[in-house]
Design a protein around this ligand. Structure first.
Ligand code: 13P
Length: 251
């Protein structure tokens, strides 16, 4: 059985005050989450503080991005080893906002994936198509290309302990969610593609859905066979909503 994973990607939101109340709010309601692993991904600067606020509560920490380099003259970058140093377990790589706003390629994303793994982080690899790509009927080609960059660099076995997040770009921050069937179809495609290479990797890898997942639609998405959790943006900034998504994964 794959343990469900519900991860909050806070993006570039928050302040010392708001992240404190957000973590306190999540901790207060955590008893209602029985099955899912809950993860928060704060902006880099708040990670050490959030680690302290979490204390020994059952909330894992992740970063929203990571450098592909280990150390050195890379101004502005944060190394994977620094993230493990301050208590991170996960690092998101290849989020669509990194790909589209900052021009990060499939290959660059794959090198971040590799660097994260090498340092002992669990990468959360984001994949997903733009609206025009869906309309052209090339969703599977796009997702396959994004996955292949990682498989070619690291081998399929590297994905067994990693997490994949399917985030259709047209559903991110738009309030427009993929229907459970639309999401399930792509998740099944991803798992099937991996199964063709290694069935044990396909059985093990957790595939999250991301894109306007919220307290109201989480249960029906999480009920689909190949949806193992969620990568949540906006709704992860409200403790009650984030917890409701976590409890929707209770089994
Ligand atoms: P929203 O939940 O705000 O649509 O964001 C999804 C996302 O990009 C998570 O990484």
């Amino acid at each position: 059985m794959r343990q469900p994973l519900v991860a909050g990607n806070w993006k570039m939101n928050g302040s010392l005050d708001s992240v404190t109340s957000l973590i306190e709010g999540i901790k207060a309601g955590l008893g209602s989450v029985t099955t899912a692993e809950m993860v928060v991904c704060p902006p880099y600067v708040y990670i050490p503080g959030v680690a302290g606020l979490i204390g020994d509560a059952a909330i894992s920490l992740g970063a929203q991005d990571v450098s592909d380099q280990e150390s050195g003259a890379y101004t502005g970058e944060v190394a994977p080893g620094m993230l493990t140093d301050v208590g991170c377990k996960y690092a998101i790589v290849g989020h669509s906002e990194r790909r589209s706003i900052y021009g990060e390629s499939d290959e660059f994303t794959a090198s971040k994936f590799a660097a994260a793994r090498k340092a002992g982080l669990v990468p959360i690899l984001c994949v997903g198509e733009q609206l025009e790509e869906r309309e052209q009927g090339i969703t599977e080609d796009v997702v396959a290309r994004q996955l292949d960059a990682v498989i070619n660099l690291e081998g399929v076995a590297a994905l067994a302990d990693a997490v994949i997040a399917y985030e259709p770009v047209w559903a991110i921050g738009t309030g427009k969610t993929a229907t459970p069937q639309q999401a399930q179809d792509v998740h099944a495609f991803i798992r099937g593609k991996l199964a063709a290479l290694d069935s044990s990797v396909a059985d093990k890898v957790r595939i999250l859905y991301g894109g306007s997942m919220n307290a109201g639609n989480a249960a029906e998405l999480l009920a689909m066979a190949d949806i193992d959790g969620g990568l949540i943006g906006g709704a992860s900034l409200k403790p009650a909503d984030f917890l409701a998504i976590g409890t929707a994964a209770n089994s």
